[in-house]
Design a protein. Structure first.
Length: 147
């Protein structure tokens, strides 16, 4: 069982906070005992989630207004039972930089064999597509983790 799940993207202001908020919402509403957090490989430390992320989540009844970007560190990684990344390159970078976490780092879209492209500075439509991919990936992981 994975009790501590870490979600990672590049800046920790778009994809990973979106995925963190969606998965945390599910965990909270289903009373699953799991801790969900996020970080960025090159985080924009202290920044809140992108306004389009906040808007999309708000439309789904999910609040991420308290999110602040944080830098990925070895201490954060070592606490996690499962690390979900958006792109294969991120998985490789983490495993090369922090070899002790090999085997715990997986693509969010692993089961559907897809990556989640970065919507930063892209259109609202691109953010919606990103949201859909993240939701798809989370749904597929939830099936394997808690069903």
């Amino acid at each position: 069982m994975f009790n501590k799940i870490l979600i990672v993207c590049l800046g920790n202001i778009c994809r990973s906070p979106m995925a963190e908020a969606i998965l945390r919402h599910h965990v909270d509403t289903t009373k699953i005992a799991a801790s969900i957090s996020s970080a960025g490989i090159a985080a924009v430390v202290g920044k809140s989630a992108d306004p389009l992320v906040q808007e999309l989540l708000h439309q789904e009844g999910i609040d991420c207004s308290s999110h602040r970007a944080r830098q990925l560190t070895s201490a954060i990684l070592l606490e996690a039972d499962l690390v979900l990344v958006m792109e294969q390159g991120q998985r490789k970078e983490i495993e090369c930089t922090f070899p002790s976490v090999c085997g715990r780092v997986h693509l969010l879209g692993k089961w559907g064999e897809f990556e989640v492209p970065d919507p930063y500075k892209k259109s609202k439509e691109f953010f919606k597509e990103t949201y859909q991919l993240i939701t798809q990936g989370i749904d597929q992981w939830q099936t394997r983790l808690w069903n």
